[in-house]
Structure formats: structure tokens, C-alpha cells
Design a binder for this molecule. Structure first.
Ligand code: B12
Length: 589
């Protein structure tokens, strides 16, 4: 634990004082308050928490839809149409998760100059309100509000528009908006925004999606539960707010998915926001995705019926892995889920929760140990663990992997991922490793030796928070014995070019998902030309982008344009390996 030292975590001579930031947030609450919206008035509640508690007490399973197109008009139409079509079928959608663009993370004044992804952009507070007025459904501003440089202005607009569920603290730990390096300012704005929520006279849920944060990267699920406890300490105890957790994207095993919900129910009495769809199991086949949908929804429905935690279930449209789903596709997923809720009643008698409770017990015990060890370790390093500002920034800077290596609750076990035996194994990173093993075996031994002999070092990066593609690439390259230069996650193209040059890379591998592939590659090429650097570039992931001035605001495939810029487009890792083999063979003559 002595490996952590304050001056390495915080090289700055001075940092903002948490007490000042909290006071600023609380003062703002005198002028910024929760506004009216059709959801609050229709159901006669002061907050979504109150609604959630009421619905849970009635034994109702609540439903969440995720929505947010680049076009505001289309998003507002979606708000109204999804609600109306489901009402006509006799069903209710309880809440809308508003999928803001990552560009919303910049303060409004800086936004026009900054990159954009594929999501919704609300330019001014009136745009927030116009949206929440479009249907009597709880508006959840769950992304790119709290946790970003624009946290205070976005939180103020969301509250004024009648939202009482705002996030995303999970994103704070892992997301970086491009071309923004001031993590001190991001943290200060985040603390102020949380104090603003905490000081409201009505209960405001400070949402944290664990999969957007560290939980998606931990190899031990007990660390995921530990993250819940640490965030509760920071938000509930130090700031006086109410943190509310979402999980689900990466929880693919039914037993651990159920166990995590039951563990959450035991460690918190705040209603959960939503249990997210299990996005990582979705494939490129709509029909097969109905099976995927049913497989996780059934667990979530059973979980909520047996022990309601306020989490709304989230039926993913079956097109989710292929494109941003259309309004009609969201409606279809909800029709499916509502019918499944009815059919699930018959399953209650078949279920025995004891096995899940045994796992939940281990999660809680391991999670508590993780929390205690993290706080003790940080205190020992000289971090003020009574300061929400210092705790947040320290945890963000140290990162998931190192936290788990240093403080994970599992026994030390060199050779295992993170050098520890997990208390409850998380499936995602382990599955990536297994996939990498298979991909590496696609080449035979002599081909591997040929590539290795060429001595090419790989400079690997991802353009945004999506890190799994990068983890898998690194794992494959490692198995081939190629040196990896880690250019980081969410790294600006200019930085990648400079790192590649400085470290003598033989090629650059870019994994990208946020719909920015073309802009990113152009900027990378420009910087490489400036540096006089000529290296092969491999690019893979989700290779699309919204064209400038697009009428329907949906992203289109840009693989042709990427190829014409001289990059090798890789639909799978094997595409890169085949080309590397050719390069190696050319070099050896
Ligand atoms: C997991 C996931 C997440 C996780 C990421 C966790 C993490 N730490 O990595 C979380 C929950 C954090 C997340 C967040 C978001 N996500 Co997301 N996410 C996904 C999801 C489900 C899987 C992507 C993935 O990691 N796959 C695993 C990899 C290993 O497999 P693969 O994609 O098949 O990749 C193969 C090849 O492409 C290749 N490969 C990949 N990269 C490279 C690079 C090279 C050089 C080579 C050779 C090969 C290669 O390797 C793989 C094996 O063959 C996709 C949907 C989907 N099913 O694709 C959406 C998706 C990518 N996400 C999306 C969005 C919009 C977001 C958010 C912006 C949402 C929001 N508003 O908050 C945020 C991101 C915010 C930000 N600042 O960046 C959209 C992107 C939309 C688009 N471009 O059209 C998608 C497509 C979902 C959708 N349908 O809308 N997401």
C-alpha cells in the first residue's frame, strides 16, 4: 500500500477546498430548484424517488427506455410517440433515459469548437424543458451531466426542467471528453453539482451507472459492489446527497446478475434508477437478440418481483448492436417486455433465491473489504478521505486496474488477472481474454514467429471510453510477442501520433466506437504528416459518423472514406493480423 504517495497522485501545489465547493453548490440551490414537468404533475409526486417507492409498494415492475437522437425534434417526437403507442396497448413507460451526446460534457461556450458523437445536443436550458414537457414520463438526465466539465450548468438545466434523477457519477471516473485535460476543474464542477442536488428540498437521485464507471473494468465483481459503497460514502455521507446505482450492461451471468441486485438491496435503501440491458451479449441478428433480451429481462423481472429495489427494467431494441435504434424499434422492445412481465408471473414458483443470496453474501463481504482497504490505503498515502474532492480525484487518477491490484479483496495470486483470485469472477474481461486466445491461435506457430521477428511495436489507443476492443487487441498482440505502446483510452489523435513517434512504433492500432472515426483519422493523419511520420494505421470498432448537415441525424458507415485515407479497416482483429503477416514477409524478403 505504501506504493501510493500523495505527491504522485496530486503533483499540484494547491487544490480547491471541498468545503468551498460544497458551499458554492448549496448557495446555487437558492436560485436553482426543481421545475414542474408533466411527469411530476400527472402522478402528483415531488420527485421520481417518491414515484418509484409508490410503484414498488404496489408490486409494479417499472420500465425504462433510452432515447436521444442528434435531432431535438426527433427526440421530442420519440418522447411523445413511445408513451402514446404503449398507452394505446395498455402499457406504461415509467422513465426515459436521455442519451445526451458526449459533446454536452463541454461548457456551452466551448461546445461549438469541440468534437461531437452521435447523440442529442441541447443548446440551452429551454431545450431541456421542451423535452421534458413532451410526455408524462420521468426524465432521467443520466449521461454527460454530473461528472463532466459542464456539470453545474447541465445539472441546473436538468433540475429546472423537472428532472430528479441526474448522473452520471460512474462516467466521472472513466470518461474524458476529447481535448479536455483539466480534471481538477471537472472534479470541482462535479462536487458543486452534487451539492446543488443534495441541497434541493426534494429528493434528487444522483445516478451512477456502474458499467460506465469502474465496474466494467474490474475482474472481481466484489470490487463493483465495493464501488457502490465507496460512492455512497462520498455522496451520501460526505456531501449529504443520495446516490442511486444502475448496473447491467456487462452482467451476463443470470446468477451473478440476480445476486448483485440482491446485494444492492441489502446495502442501500435508495431506489435504484434502472437495471441496464445486457448490451454486451447482443449480436448482429435481430431474431437471436430476442433470446438475449428475454434471457436478461426474465432475471430482472424476477428480481424486482421478489425484492423491489426501484430499478426500472430496460428492454433493449434488438437492433441495438447494429445501429442507434429507431423510435418504432424501442416501442417493439417495450411491447415484448410488457408481455414478458405478464408471462413471468408463472415463473415465481420455480425460483429459489438461495444460490443468489450466497453469492450476494460474498459480494457484500468482499465489497466492504475493498472499500475499507481503498480508504485506508488512500489515507496512508496522504489523501484527505473526508474531502469528497480529494477522494474523487484520487480514485479517478489511480484508475480501476491499479485500485483492484492494490486493494482488491481477493487473495494475492500472481498470474491471475490483476494478480488476485477474484471473490466473485466478473465475466467480461475474462471473456475478452478467452476471445484473444482464440484469435491469436488463428495464426500458426511459424506465422507468429514471422510477425514477431519483424519486431514491429504496436501503438494502441481508443478514441473514447469503449475500451474492450483495445483490451482485446493488446491481449492478442501480447500473445504474439509484439511490444505494445499503450497510448491510452480517450486519447486525442495528436497525442497518439507523438507517442507513436517517441516510442518508435511500427504501426498504430485505433479502436473507435463513438461515431467519430473519420474526423479522428483525418486529425491523426494531419499530425503524422506534420511530424513526418509514415506508419500503417489499423482502425476497427464502430466505423460510422453523422455526416455534416445530415437530414435524418443518423450515423452512416464511413469505411470507404477511411480506406481512401490509407487506413486498413478491420472488421475483426484477424484482418490486422493478415496484413501484419504480409508486412513481416515483405520485410524478411
Ligand atoms: C460495451 C459498450 C459500452 C460500455 C463500454 C465499456 C468499456 N469500458 O469498454 C459503456 C457502457 C461504458 C458504453 C458507453 C457508451 N456507449 Co457504448 N456500447 C457498448 C457495446 C454494447 C459493445 C462495444 C464493445 O466493447 N464490444 C466488444 C468488442 C471487443 O467487440 P466488437 O465491438 O465486436 O469488436 C470487434 C472488432 O470490431 C474488433 N475491433 C474493435 N476495435 C478494433 C481496432 C482494431 C485496430 C482492430 C484490428 C480490431 C478492432 O475487435 C472485436 C473482435 O473482432 C456497443 C454495442 C455493440 N454491441 O457493439 C455500444 C455502442 C458502441 N455504444 C454506443 C454509445 C452511443 C455509447 C455512449 C455514447 C452512450 C452515452 N450517451 O452514454 C457511451 C460512451 C460515452 C463516451 N464518452 O465515450 C453506440 C455507438 C453509436 C454509434 N457509433 O453509432 C453503440 C454502437 C450502441 C448503440 N447501438 O447505440 N458502451
Amino acid at each position: 500500500m505504501a506504493e501510493l504517495e500523495r505527491r504522485q497522485i496530486f503533483p499540484e501545489p494547491e487544490l480547491p477546498q471541498a468545503a468551498d465547493l460544497l458551499a458554492q453548490g448549496r448557495r446555487l440551490a437558492q436560485s436553482v430548484t426543481v421545475g414542474q414537468c408533466p411527469f411530476l404533475s400527472t402522478y402528483g409526486v415531488k420527485s421520481e424517488s417518491e414515484y418509484k417507492r409508490r410503484r414498488a409498494a404496489e408490486g409494479q415492475v417499472m420500465l425504462h427506455a433510452q432515447i436521444g437522437y442528434r435531432s431535438q425534434a426527433k427526440t421530442r417526437r420519440g418522447f411523445a410517440e413511445i408513451f402514446e403507442q404503449l398507452a394505446q396497448a395498455g402499457y406504461r413507460v415509467d422513465r426515459y433515459g436521455i442519451c445526451l451526446d458526449w459533446g454536452m460534457g463541454y461548457p456551452a461556450a466551448a461546445r461549438p469548437e469541440m468534437p461531437r458523437g452521435t447523440g442529442l445536443i441541447l443548446d440551452k436550458p429551454e431545450d431541456f424543458a421542451a423535452l421534458t414537457q413532451s410526455a408524462p414520463v420521468a426524465p432521467h438526465f443520466g449521461d454527460f451531466v454530473i461528472g463532466t466539465p459542464a456539470a453545474v450548468e447541465n445539472t441546473s438545466a436538468a433540475l429546472a426542467a423537472g428532472s430528479t434523477s441526474i448522473g452520471n457519477l460512474g462516467q466521472y471516473f472513466t470518461f474524458r471528453v476529447p481535448r479536455w485535460d483539466d480534471d481538477v476543474a471537472t472534479t470541482a464542477e462535479t462536487v458543486k453539482a452534487m451539492a446543488l442536488c443534495a441541497a434541493q428540498p426534494v429528493e434528487v437521485l444522483i445516478h451512477s451507472n456502474l458499467d460506465d464507471g469502474f465496474a466494467a473494468l474490474f475482474c472481481d465483481l466484489a470490487c463493483g459492489l465495493g464501488a457502490v459503497l465507496i460512492e455512497r460514502y462520498i455522496v451520501d455521507e460526505l456531501i449529504g446527497g443520495r446516490v442511486s446505482h444502475c448496473y447491467g450492461h456487462t452482467f451476463s451471468e443470470p446468477l451473478t446478475r440476480l445476486a448483485f441486485q440482491r446485494a444492492l438491496a441489502r446495502v442501500t435503501d435508495s431506489p435504484g434508477t434502472m437495471v441496464y440491458g445486457n448490451t454486451v451479449i447482443f449480436v448482429a441478428s435481430e431474431v437471436e437478440n430476442y433470446a438475449n433480451l428475454a434471457s436478461y429481462l426474465l432475471v430482472d423481472i424476477a428480481a424486482q418481483r421478489a425484492r423491489p429495489t426501484g430499478h426500472a427494467i430496460n428492454p433493449l431494441p434488438v437492433t441495438e448492436a447494429m445501429r442507434i435504434p429507431e423510435i418504432e424499434e424501442i416501442v417493439q422492445a417495450h411491447l415484448f417486455a410488457n408481455r414478458l412481465v405478464q408471462r413471468a408471473e408463472g415463473f415465481d414458483a420455480l425460483l429459489d433465491f438461495q444460490a443468489a443470496d450466497r453469492v450476494a453474501e460474498r459480494l457484500i463481504e468482499g465489497g466492504r473489504r475493498f472499500k475499507d482497504r481503498v480508504l485506508a490505503g488512500l489515507a496512508e498515502a496522504g489523501v484527505d478521505t473526508a474531502s469528497p474532492f480529494e477522494l474523487l480525484l484520487a480514485i479517478r487518477r489511480i484508475g480501476a486496474k491499479r485500485l483492484e491490484e492494490l486493494f482488491g479483496p481477493g487473495e494475492s495470486n500472481p498470474g491471475q488477472l490483476r494478480n488476485r483470485q477474484p471473490v466473485v469472477r466478473a465475466t467480461t474481461v475474462a471473456a475478452l481474454e478467452a476471445r484473444a486466445e482464440k484469435i491469436a491461435a488463428w495464426l500458426d506457430e511459424s506465422q507468429r514467429q514471422e510477425i514477431k521477428a519483424a519486431g514491429l511495436a504496436a501503438c494502441v489507443t481508443s478514441t473514447d471510453v469503449h475500451e474492450y476492443g483495445k483490451i482485446m487487441l493488446e491481449s492478442v498482440l501480447d500473445r504474439l510477442g509484439l511490444p505494445v505502446i499503450d497510448a491510452g483510452v480517450s486519447t486525442d489523435p495528436e497525442v497518439v501520433a507523438r507517442k507513436a513517434q517517441a516510442a518508435g512504433a511500427g504501426f498504430i492500432a485505433v479502436s473507435t466506437y463513438n461515431g467519430v472515426a473519420l474526423t479522428y483519422l483525418k486529425a491523426l493523419r494531419l499530425e503524422m504528416a506534420r511530424l513526418g511520420l509514415d506508419l500503417p494505421i489499423f482502425i476497427g470498432g464502430k466505423l460510422n459518423q453523422i455526416p455534416e448537415g445530415s437530414p435524418n441525424s443518423m450515423p452512416v458507415d464511413v469505411t470507404k472514406e477511411l480506406r481512401s485515407l490509407g487506413a486498413t479497416v478491420c472488421l475483426q482483429v484477424e484482418d490486422m493480423l493478415a496484413e501484419l503477416l504480409e508486412i513481416a514477409q515483405e520485410r524478411s524478403g
